[in-house]
Design a protein around this ligand. Structure first.
Ligand code: BES
Ligand code: MN
Ligand code: ZN
Length: 512
């Protein structure tokens, strides 16, 4: 979608579709200043205000969150169509409200086949001081909602020539700072482009997304940026003693890859922030095979990997002055003649041994070697993202991404980063009790807990055994949030990958 900054309300014409954002009228008895909740379209034309006021008086549109009212061919105030988008309670409008409202507008305009719309920024900003952040969020809402995954659809027989919604013009408030608006748009464009690139990788099904393809895609996406990409093949993975990644891969006909992406935007002496992402391109469960129901969802088991790829891309494109590395261990988890069997013992890069009691608990096995490698780089901090456990979906559903860390300062930084990006995270426990549950019988560790419950915490405790002493580390379990969150967030696809944590990771990187 084309997104530009307009000059002023003067460029609106008899052909224009204007989008205005309207806070709710509230309780009419209490709300004496009812008129003031109307958007400041007065700078355009009083006719528009009158139209909105009438709709509100008749209660056909009250400005509630997600409420919309499309006045098609109303021809008032010098424009053709007017689309009013509700913002809810004026005092509770956040950047997230605007992100969602813009996405809702995108949906209405698309359905109404309006090719181009003007967005009235003054009505969206209300009295907010931080105009740039609000504009950025609004643009993110539009651009994230614009994502669709059509590349696997067959050629259409009848040519659909109905217009699509393809262009947005932001009409700035009077006296707006054009430079800061432009910067906000640019930032939103970079973030959304990288989130959408990550979603596409997530959406590609197993036969279009093998470890080899993921490595090629990462290499291609990094072209034109300062990111250096190194890819290890199966022989190299074995030589590098990554017994977990290797052990998970042997049941598959597709070879594994270990993808290393390095961006050096900071001083040479500055330690890197390392993001590790689970790149399991299809998780059948292996010999401990999964039931058929929704097994196809396991195409999304590389979303952690896709999301750290999206994050490092955005960090590089924004030119952040940090050193960042993204590591993506990538393999399929399949049953096969050479597959790892329940009870098999694997030896990891740091020399620890693990008995694989359930081959479906494979994510932790491939992440373990990557965490060893990350530890060797003497990082400032390590963050990993993985669709690790079904248990976290039971605990938190698809609203919050769970994070696990024993580092209080890091926890506070994670909360702040998520807040700044508008993503939801929730802290979960990781203790020595959980570590105790992961002890092995024949080997140092077992890959599943010896006790019932707390499956996400014990998985985190397992990962912790591969992070070097004293290194700041947090694990993000995105199993509930990596896909199918569109029921909550209008700027995310209903069924497909969400790109969860890409924006939070970009904010996190800024803190180092
Ligand atoms: N990729 C799955 C986790 C998962 C399941 C994510 C459902 C999203 C939805 C992971 O590899 C897995 O299979 N975990 C097992 C671990 C268990 C065997 C200890 C699980 O959660 O069932
Ligand atoms: Mn599994
Ligand atoms: Zn998995």
């Amino acid at each position: 979608m084309k997104l530009t900054l307009g000059k002023s309300t003067k460029e609106l014409s008899a052909n224009t579709t204007l989008v205005v954002f309207v806070p709710s009228v509230g309780d009419s008895k209490k709300d004496k200043k009812k008129k003031s909740s109307l958007p400041s379209v007065s700078e355009l034309d009083g006719e528009l205000n009158a139209l909105l006021k009438e709709a509100m008086t008749e209660k056909s549109f009250l400005g509630g969150e997600k409420e919309t009212c499309f006045f098609r061919s109303c021809h008032v105030g010098g424009v053709k169509n007017l689309l009013a988008i509700g913002l809810g309670d004026k005092s509770k409008v956040t950047h997230e409200t605007l992100r969602s409202a813009a996405a809702t507008a995108h949906g209405v305009l698309g359905a109404a086949r309006i090719p181009k719309a003007h967005f009235h920024l003054a009505s969206a900003l209300g009295g907010q001081k931080d105009g740039a952040g609000a504009v950025q969020a609004l643009c993110e809402g539009l651009l994230l909602a614009d994502y669709s995954m059509d590349e696997l659809k067959g050629k259409k027989e009848s040519k659909d020539d109905a217009p699509k919604f393809v262009e947005s013009v932001l009409v700035p408030a009077a006296r707006a700072n054009a430079a800061s608006m432009k910067k906000a748009i640019e930032t939103a464009e970079i973030l959304s482009e990288c989130v959408n690139a990550s979603r596409r990788l997530g959406d590609l099904p197993g036969n279009f997304m093998t470890p080899e393809i993921l490595a090629t895609e990462a290499t291609n996406l990094a072209k034109g940026t300062k990111i250096k990409v190194t890819v290890w093949d199966k022989a190299r993975i074995k030589k590098e003693k990554m017994g977990g990644l290797y052990g998970v891969s042997t049941g598959s006909g597709h070879d594994p890859r270990f993808i290393i992406m390095e961006y050096k935007g900071g001083a040479k002496t500055k330690k890197p922030v390392i993001f590790v992402g689970k790149g399991l391109t299809f998780d059948s469960g292996g010999i401990s095979i999964k039931p058929s129901l929704q097994m196809d969802d396991m195409r999304y088991d590389m979303c952690g990997g896709a999301n750290v790829i999206g994050a490092i891309l955005a960090i590089a494109k924004l030119g952040l002055k940090v050193n960042v590395t993204a590591l993506i261990p990538s393999t399929e988890n399949m049953p096969g003649p050479l597959a790892t069997k329940p009870g098999d013992v694997l030896t990891f890069r740091n020399g620890k041994t693990v008995e694989v009691l359930n081959t479906d608990a494979e994510g932790r096995l491939i992440l373990a070697d990557a965490l060893c490698y990350a530890t060797e780089q003497k990082p400032a901090a390590i963050f990993d993202a993985a669709t690790l456990t079904g248990a976290i979906v039971v605990a938190l559903g698809n609203t919050h991404t769970a994070y696990f860390t024993r580092d209080k300062k890091l926890g506070a930084q994670i909360e702040a980063a998520a807040d700044d990006s508008g993503e939801l995270v929730w802290p979960m426990p990781i203790t020595d009790y959980h570590v105790g549950d992961m002890k092995g019988t024949l080997a140092d560790l077992a890959n599943i807990s010896s006790y019932r419950g707390a499956g996400s915490s014990t998985a985190a405790a397992f990962l912790e055994q591969f992070v070097g002493e004293g290194i700041s580390w947090a694990h993000f379990d995105v199993a509930g949030t990596a896909w199918a969150v569109g029921n909550r967030l209008p700027y995310c696809p209903k069924k497909g990958a969400s790109g969860a944590m890409v924006r939070t990771f970009v904010e996190l990187a800024k803190k180092f």
